[in-house]
Write a protein that binds this ligand. Structure first.
Ligand SMILES: [Zn+2]
Ligand SMILES: [Zn+2]
Length: 265
């Protein structure tokens, strides 16, 4: 099956399901609302997809195909059972994405790009694809490097990439999951209530819950926290210095990392 259609299919199905779910079971009322924010977020989605396809192509998947063809990477030396290699690939990639996310908060140049994601004044499904295209391209190069080093299987890489997009939608959804379910889910995966704290206006709260799929990395990295100080209903979202929705249109978001005078934290 074509790699792009596989990913697009999964994305569209989840987008529709989660879109309906957060419409009927919203976790909190939106402050700015969808009409003003979704234009920017969907605009970034289109630009990000085009930027990847027009420049790097599906570079992460291509790296896996190249490693397979040339016999490159750790797994070609070890020749372990497929299931073990698949599991290691999924764990290594997810840990790498956790570390990448921590780095985008700690390294000033990377924070300039990543703060675009954090300027969203509400967090819902569409925040899951609110990323600056340069951050998306850097992330693709980083993942491709890991895939080459591992010699990861292309199908497993494709599954991880699809899961990563799916979880980005899920963890940002403004979805009321019953607290008991949420508690159980968190033992294994990141949930919307868990990730919402990461979008708090309060910086020490932002520096927590970096995970995308497995909650394990935040627990190991001691960055796991239960809930925002003001609770899920009281927490104010976004960046303290960017609270004016009128200044967060698509063009401004694209320029945000380069705008003079706005120092990274
Ligand atoms: Zn972040
Ligand atoms: Zn986020």
């Amino acid at each position: 099956m074509n790699e792009a259609f596989f990913r697009l299919g999964i994305f569209l199905i989840l987008f529709a399901l989660l879109g309906l779910a957060e419409t009927f079971y919203p976790r909190r009322p939106l402050r700015v609302g969808k009409s003003q924010r979704w234009g920017s977020n969907l605009g970034l989605l289109v630009i990000d997809v085009l930027a990847q396809r027009l420049t790097l192509g599906a570079i992460v998947f291509a790296a896996a195909l190249l490693a397979e063809k040339e016999g490159w990477g750790l797994f070609h030396l070890l020749d372990w059972p497929f299931a073990i290699e698949a599991l290691i690939t999924l764990l290594v990639l997810d840990a790498a994405i956790y570390l990448q996310h921590v780095a985008t908060h700690k390294v000033p140049l990377l924070w300039r790009l990543h703060r675009v994601h954090h300027t969203d004044l509400d967090v819902d499904l569409s925040t899951g694809f609110r990323f600056h295209p340069v951050e998306i391209l850097l992330s693709a190069l980083y993942k491709a490097g890991i895939v080459l080093a591992l010699g990861a299987d292309p199908m497993i890489v494709l599954i991880y990439e699809a899961a990563l997009s799916a979880f980005s939608l899920f963890t940002h959804a403004n979805l009321a999951i019953p607290p008991r379910w949420d508690r159980h889910l968190r033992y294994l995966i990141c949930t919307p209530d868990m990730h919402r704290r990461h979008h708090s206006i309060d910086q020490p709260e932002t520096d927590s819950n970096y995970g995308n799929i497995l909650s394990l990395w935040d627990r190991l990295g001691r960055s796991y926290f239960e809930a925002p100080r003001l609770g899920q209903d009281g927490v104010v979202l976004g960046l303290a210095e960017e609270q004016d929705a009128a200044r967060l249109a698509l063009g401004q978001l694209l320029l945000l990392p380069f705008t003079a005078g706005r120092q990274p934290r």
